[in-house]
Design a protein around this ligand. Sequence first.
Ligand SMILES: N[C@@H](CCC(=O)N[C@@H](CS)C(=O)NCC(=O)O)C(=O)O
Length: 205
Amino acid sequence: MKLYFAPFACSLASHITLRELAVPFTLIRVNNQSKRTADGRDFYQINPKGYVAALELDDGTVLTEAPAILQYLADLHPESGLAPANGTLQRTALQAQLSFIGSELHAGMSPLFNDAIPDEVKAVFRERLGRRMAYMERVLAEHDYTCGEHFTVADAYLFTVLGWTDHLKVDLSAFPALERFRQRVATRPSVIAALRAEAESAPVA
Ligand SMILES: N[C@@H](CCC(=O)N[C@@H](CS)C(=O)NCC(=O)O)C(=O)O
């Protein structure tokens, strides 16, 4: 498998998951501005949507969209516990968290990266994001992870998007459980290795 990634972007969740599973994979860095890959290809030819993450399987199939990639990977090794079995209520709960993280937190933070959006408009997005973070704070005040007491792919995704809050100056001081969650997940060998590999990856023109 090949994971097309940009350092510390949402592709980090899939990267962490690949390392959790200890499956063989190749990392291919993408320049999200030029849309070129580290091996000199046009990224649009791999993912017509033009964004990471994209996971290329050994038969050439390309998977996109974080919740789909993460569940595909988890299902390769059900014994990992990274996702409950398909068809169970627990799986539906995981899908709800993946959807919430994707559409409320990840997409909720996206406007804050956009320099064309004025600060007063960003303030509206920040206020809304704060309310969404407050929900996750309540979940993590009761449980160590988003779906209970075990690490799942939803936690890899949540850890990834929480990682953007420092850069975006999203104030999480009112959310101590979120901070404890970040520290807990940051100690996982998969996370340490993924962060190091992305930091050390060579820039792409
Ligand atoms: N809905 C997509 C969103 C992916 C996404 O937002 N990717 C960002 C990085 S976190 C990106 O590559 N943006 C570059 C661009 O849109 O040009 C998913 O769930 O994978």
